[in-house]
Design a binder for this molecule. Structure first.
Ligand code: ZN
Length: 198
């Protein structure tokens, strides 16, 4: 993926409970870690993520993101992740309002706004998430917050421009890259669109 032009590797961890699908655990992340120098952005779509923070941090995560909906004491979880010396992210499902994590925004490094319901790749982007992205960007600006705003789900060369205009600055692209004939060309096309906006 380095050669194809990606800036980071987003790793989706699913446990078959929090989401219906099942993917990989810390062992595989640790093995993948040896294959690239790109930062690992690990997205935990799992129940009780607190139990696995140590394992995923030790496996080589650079950013560890938990779902606000899956955690009881989010502030503590965020502090635990940061205590491992890595960046902490919080993700919101499409139906979860931004207001439920407003107070914790100054503490996080990354806000991950799901633009599909988590669980499977290849879903269609939910356009109703654009106002949420705009609101998050506005909050970050008015309060001088340094968090990155990431979008995950249905990101394609056709919508990456409007997502960037709404305020997103990290874009997770799965099916639109892996389903294309050339990963490099698709990523370059997306970056060219972003370059025209910034
Ligand atoms: Zn993800």
């Amino acid at each position: 993926m380095e050669k194809a032009g990606a800036d980071l590797i987003h790793v989706d961890i699913m446990d078959g409970h929090y989401v219906p699908n099942l993917t990989i655990g810390p062992g595989v992340v640790s093995s993948l870690r040896k294959t690239t120098a790109l930062p690992f952005d690990v997205h935990l779509m799992i129940e009780s993520p607190d139990r696995y923070i140590d394992a995923f941090a030790d496996a080589g995560s650079n950013i560890l993101t938990v779902h606000a909906e899956a955690v009881v004491h989010l502030h503590r979880t965020v502090q635990t992740i940061k205590g491992k010396g890595i960046k902490a992210g919080v993700s919101l499902n499409p139906a979860t309002p931004l207001s439920c994590i407003e107070e914790i925004l100054p503490d996080i490094d990354l806000l991950l706004i799901m633009t599909v319901n988590p669980g499977f790749g290849g879903q269609k982007f939910i356009a109703g998430m654009l106002p949420k992205i705009r609101k998050a960007r506005e909050l970050a600006q008015t309060r001088g917050l340094g968090m990155a705003i990431e979008v995950d789900g249905g990101v394609t060369p056709d919508n990456i421009g409007i997502l960037a205009e709404a305020g997103a600055d990290i874009f997770v692209a799965g099916a639109s890259v892996f389903g294309s004939p050339s990963y490099g060309d698709t990523i370059a096309r997306m970056k060219a669109i972003l370059g025209g906006i910034r």
